[in-house]
Design a protein around this ligand. Sequence first.
Ligand SMILES: [Zn+2]
Length: 464
Amino acid sequence: MERLATQLLFALFLFFPVPASGAQEPKALPLPDERYKVDILLVVAHPDDEGAATPYLARALDEHKRIAVVFGTRGSSGANEAGAEQAAALGAIREIEARNALIALGVTNVWFLGGKDTASQNVLQSLANWDHGASLEQLVRLVRLTRPEVILTFLPGTFIGEDHGDHQASGLLATEAFDLAGDPTSFPEQLAGPTKRLEPFLENLRPWQPKKMYYFPDADREDIFRGKGPEYSVKEISTSSKQPYWRMALDSFRAHQTQAKSFLDKIAQMDEAQIEKLATSDGGWTDAMHFVLGKSLVGGSVTGDVFDGITPGAIPFARPDVSPEPTRSELAVELGGPYSFYAEFRRAHGLTNLPHPEPPEIALQAPGTLVIPLWIRNRTAKTQEITLSAALPAGWTTQSGTGKFTVAAKQVAATRIEITLPALAENGAKKQEPQEISVHAEWNGQSIGEIKLRVELRKRALPQ
Ligand SMILES: [Zn+2]
């Protein structure tokens, strides 16, 4: 019977041959995979950093937003509260903990850039340790793959606060990716169509311009960030879980056993009332969430909802508005390192309204050493001699870097002043009020620059 049917079909085929190509059914060309399209891409540094945004993510999921998360590192440094594993093995565990924390919320698309944990407040060290180029290439790829409407990330800047260089690096890379993913000339190998059926090199992604970017600061002070973006209560009740958003965030955090087993064991023994009391008093679990609007290419009010102004569909690539370079005198001394870098970064990425402390600030462990990085710029046609001195609070002493220096004609030289920080009183407070120090630069008896820095001494702080 089957054979007869085949013969019949074959006969029909002979009588009614396939029409010429002009009348052929059109073949649909493949499209981007909709399963990976998101509304929100969260970019953070370490497993558990997602906790900075989980109460908001829970709310956004209630609003049927699609979310993906990118981590800069696998979190392979630090103490392990749950087992013996350390270093890369700990990172392998923490990758799973981060995935489980997000799965508990309902987020399954999670990627890791492969950066290494960097115990420092210096974003430039983190970028070097993360292989900046490779991390950026991967993040641009993930932005093009996930096509986010909004990117949420740490605020790139230096502050008194936790101020982890890796946190800053995640915000910095996210900002770079925001400005590059829509550029057809940036990583064009990601955008090229395949040259053969099994294309091994070219990725066939499309440029994608995200519409908005919001930052969350890592700083202790909140005054300079207030009113710079939307605020969300975390105490509102989720329509899906019937729990407050902070409680969902805490449930998600339960995955992070290697980082917080003692805390998690403690809350596992508590009833709901005790958990709420602890969450309110300890660690800021129930504090409102504040975002800082970094960029919007679609308008909307600064303090309005994250999705204010966003409508479906792609928007054209927008090159950032680069502000003009500040005018400098022929001979100038400036704060260097991350401080001067961030001034350039804000200028290059159209972030001139991004809050940053003036004078610049840092919290350091005492006793210890404060390093003040400096640029000395000599645009004159002669070698110039300059004199550096530092005005310090009582008990602080200059180790090195002050005195007379020469800089050759038309050169920019890096130097640094190192200052010994006194110990804090044994039984005193964990930190001191920030103190201002200043560096003076003179040439031929005239002042050519005064640099101020606010420094808070603490019993514990990340290395500078
Ligand atoms: Zn972190």
